[in-house]
Design a protein around this ligand. Structure first.
Ligand SMILES: Cc1cc2nc3c(=O)[nH]c(=O)nc-3n(C[C@H](O)[C@H](O)[C@H](O)COP(=O)(O)O)c2cc1C
Length: 204
């Protein structure tokens, strides 16, 4: 009788041991829940960069409102050679940059586009299109499979063809519809920016 009990105890112990070693079917769900913990949620996965060029400060103001509402890293592009102060002289310098594709040379940039999923790109309209420093940035980085959201300031002509110009430069990026504001009215556009961000489901 005692021998039988001992054998039963031994069988139960072996069964328990086998169960522990195989994990009793818990390994899969443990792994899965671990993977779930490691997988970032849709929100934390979306890394945002807000990159812009602004000579006289209008586009910078829009960029700051965007960052206040969506977070992300803010990157101001600067040229090695600053543009002259007078608009006519800038136009002179910018003309070959725009019409002949001569690149504006940028100061070194601390952020890497490859670390971001969603990139807001801000620029003033110059001669009907993107200001050259932003064109340089777009040409010099790889936007394959990135989502770009343009925003711009202008002197009354609106975004003109700048959005389609960006899409032409970056055929492998998804370029969404953007936001344009008259540079002389940026202060009054702040609520409109916030409304636009929530309409495209990026803001609060
Ligand atoms: C060289 C140059 C070219 C410009 N070309 C245009 C243009 O074609 N259409 C327009 O509406 N505004 C034009 N503007 C006006 C700017 O787009 C506008 O003032 C903008 O708000 C400036 O933004 P920022 O302060 O960020 O530099 C031009 C300005 C400069 C300096």
């Amino acid at each position: 009788m005692v021998g039988l009990m001992k054998r039963c105890v031994a069988v139960v112990m072996v069964a328990l041991l086998l169960c522990l070693l195989s994990g009793c079917g818990m390994g899969t769900s443990f792994c899965a829940s671990k993977q779930d913990e490691q997988r970032p949620s849709a929100d934390t996965a979306r890394k945002i960069l807000i990159v812009y060029y602004s000579r006289s400060g209008d586009t910078r103001e829009l960029a700051q409102v965007i960052q206040e509402n969506v977070g992300g890293d803010l990157l101001e592009l600067q040229t090695v050679e600053p543009y002259p102060k007078e608009d006519e002289k800038i136009a002179e310098q910018a003309k070959p940059e725009i019409t002949q594709g001569i690149k504006a040379i940028l100061k070194p940039i601390i952020y890497d586009v490859k670390d971001y999923d969603l990139i807001f790109v801000g620029y003033p309209i110059w001669r009907g299109t993107i200001a050259p420093p932003v064109t340089s940035f777009l040409i010099q980085n790889d936007f394959t499979n990135k989502t770009l959201i343009p925003f711009c300031t202008h002197g009354g002509n609106g975004e003109v063809n700048s959005v389609s110009d960006i899409q032409k430069l970056l055929p492998r990026a998804l370029v969404l519809n953007g936001f344009a504001a008259n540079g002389s009215n940026v202060e009054n556009e702040k609520q409109n920016i916030i409304n636009w961000l929530s309409k495209i489901q990026i803001g609060e």
